[in-house]
Design a protein around this ligand. Structure first.
Ligand SMILES: [Zn+2]
Length: 451
């Protein structure tokens, strides 16, 4: 239910979060190095009166808490940028602020500050209406590849949380119901260098091993689940001279599956292929290190149904003439839009998500929505996103997202039994599996930047 008071609170305080979002946009930092963005977000929440707590080994993560008692409400936020997506604001042709520098090509400046706004207007609403409950805003680093939330889960960040609400900036309104499990490992082969013509019999090529590994993977593609993908990159060929047998080679492999169970099976098969390639070439393959891993998304229809009703009440977004002109400018420069509407009027619920929010969905009932902040047709992870990241249209989307999320939370806590129902649904969907046993990243591992 859209509450007038929530809209008024957003209107009253939105400038604080728009300014913070613009500040974070201007200091784009990649996974686990978000020091300036982290400082800006932390300062903002501290000044607003939230109590700040930190987590071990994670100097760019924080939890901002307000209110007291039960329920405990989690609002998730992110603040990391992407490498190479620097772009001048509002510019509709490629023109980086700094060549090859990071940029907010996924809109996490808006994502984080929209979550902060949600937490703040909720807290104000709680105070004004005498509502019991604890609000926790989670500032999560390294969503882009670094899976910051996995390390936060391992550190107990979500242990007392009853449910989580999250959004992502987008070109459309949406609710996530699915997301694949993803595993990224590096494979390192060691051989023996030798003169390729003088002593070829003495050499054992690590590059040959890597090539055979890829051939092996080509042959299992026919015999794997239709929803599975395997991607690779050769990240180290072992040298640039064809007359030297390569003693070292390295490849990166990403496996995407419908769920963690299937991913475990595929991971074991890919490891067998690597061992086979080493056997054939008489090289050695190291135990492949896990770089990052996302779990599949656990849908929660109890929360999603409430989200849908609240999104509907905000549709369509009312844009000014200038804002419509701005959107049209970016539609013209982006890739061909696959939707005709400039102002989205549908809620997309068929788009799979690929984010570490999925990991949180295993331990806490979680709902994830999308709200338009960019022109229809804007490709994700692009300079076009960076360009549109601090416009009035982006700010408007962020403020609408905050209002929708605050209203979702209020609907959940006001209707007796909803939290229990959401928790029961989570347990039913897990079918006896636990996050502990399914997670690929070991509990003791410390977070490291992956780029
Ligand atoms: Zn993102």
């Amino acid at each position: 239910m859209m509450r007038k008071e929530i809209a008024e609170l957003s209107e009253k305080y939105k400038k604080i979060f728009e300014d913070c979002s613009d500040e974070i946009w201007a200091t784009p930092e990649i996974n686990f190095t978000e020091h300036k963005s982290h400082a800006a977000a932390l300062k903002c929440m501290e000044e607003l009166g939230f109590e700040i707590s930190m987590l071990p080994d994670m100097d760019t993560a924080f939890i901002a808490t307000a209110g007291h008692g039960k329920p405990v409400i989690g609002i998730l936020g992110e603040l990391d940028a992407l490498p190479g997506l620097s772009q001048k604001a509002d510019c509709d042709h490629l023109d980086p602020v700094e060549n090859a520098a990071p940029g907010h090509g996924c809109g996490h400046n808006l994502l984080g500050c929209g979550g902060m706004e949600t937490a703040y207007i909720l807290w104000k609403y709680f105070q004004e209406n005498g509502i019991e409950g604890t609000i926790k805003y989670f500032s999560c680093p390294a969503e882009e590849g670094g899976v910051g939330k996995v390390y936060m889960i391992h550190r107990g960040a979500f242990d007392d949380v009853d449910f989580c609400v999250n959004w992502h900036p987008s070109t459309m309104f949406g609710i996530s119901h699915s997301g694949k499990s993803i595993l990224l490992r590096n494979y390192k082969f060691h051989g023996v260098a030798s003169h390729a013509a003088g002593n070829p019999e003495k050499g054992r090529s690590a590059l040959d091993a890597l090539e055979i590994m890829n051939i092996g993977i080509q042959f299992i593609r026919e015999h794997m689940d239709k929803e599975t993908f395997i991607h690779y990159a050769i990240t180290n060929t072992g040298g640039f001279a064809a007359n030297v047998v390569q003693a070292y080679a390295e490849g990166q492999y990403v496996i995407r599956c419908k769920d963690n169970t299937e991913l475990k099976k595929m991971d074991a098969r890919v490891q067998k292929i690597a061992k086979g390639a080493a056997l054939i070439t008489e090289t050695e393959v190291e135990e492949p290190e896990i770089v990052s891993a996302f779990s599949s998304f656990v849908d929660n229809t109890t929360l999603a149904d409430i989200a849908r009703e609240n999104i509907k009440e905000c549709m369509p977004i009312q844009y000014t003439e200038e804002e419509l002109a701005y959107l049209k400018k970016f539609i013209a420069c982006g890739s061909t839009p696959d939707e005709e509407e400039i102002v989205p009027t549908k809620i997309r619920e068929d788009q799979p998500t690929s984010t570490d929010v999925s990991d949180v969905s295993w331990v806490v009932p979680t709902v994830m929505i999308s709200v338009p902040t960019w022109a229809v047709g804007t490709p994700g992870h692009s300079w076009n996103v960076t360009a549109q990241g601090k416009s009035p249209v982006a700010h408007k989307g962020m403020n609408i997202a905050a209002q929708i999320m605050a209203n979702i939370v209020l609907d959940v806590i006001e209707k007796p039994g909803t939290i229990e129902k959401a928790k029961e649904e989570l347990q039913a969907n897990l079918k006896g599996r636990t996050y502990e046993s399914e997670c690929f990243i070991p509990k003791g591992k410390k977070p490291v930047p992956i780029y």
